[in-house]
Design a protein around this ligand. Structure first.
Ligand code: ASC
Length: 151
């Protein structure tokens, strides 16, 4: 029974698009959702950065675990950028998120592509491999922030 429920749950989650899951009672909830996903992602991205930049000892298992989390979390924030959730609470999302939505989508997709590569690179298990993929991934984060996030 438990196994069946778990399988049904997994299948349901797989079937739901991020859009369908993006049901927020109020705009503040959408802001909280996207910020939470980005916070978890940034925490693990930061750990990878510390290793890539020699500020923390390289640990292949930790790097692989963090990179997998980063890749997974990278898919989530976008559903939280719902219309009407600019200027809400403590968001730094700029109006350009909505006024230049195609460009925003492109930047988000670039980031997801780069962190997927970062995850693949971390699985190789060497510091060199991590380093090579970390720069482009960080660049993709920054690229989006430059246009779409207030300083
Ligand atoms: C981080 C973090 C970001 C990105 C960005 C890369 O660790 O929190 O937002 O890297 O600064 O340029």
């Amino acid at each position: 029974m438990k196994a069946i429920s778990a399988a049904v749950l997994a299948a349901s989650i797989a079937l739901l698009s991020t859009t369908a899951m993006a049901q927020f009672a109020k705009p503040e909830d959408a802001v909280k959702y996207r910020q939470s996903a980005l916070t978890v992602m940034a925490k693990h991205f930061g750990r990878l950065g510390a290793m890539a930049n020699g500020k923390a000892p390289f640990d292949a298992k930790q790097a692989a675990d963090s990179a997998a989390i980063v890749e997974f979390m990278s898919k989530l924030p976008w559903a939280g950028f719902v219309e009407g959730s600019d200027n809400v609470g403590n968001t730094r999302a700029l109006p350009e998120v909505w006024s230049q939505s195609a460009k925003f989508k492109e930047a988000s997709e670039k980031m997801m592509t780069e962190v997927a590569k970062l995850n693949a690179a971390a699985k190789v298990g060497t510091l060199d491999s991590l380093k090579a993929a970390f720069g482009p991934a960080g660049g993709a984060c920054k690229n989006c922030h430059d246009t779409f996030r207030a300083k």
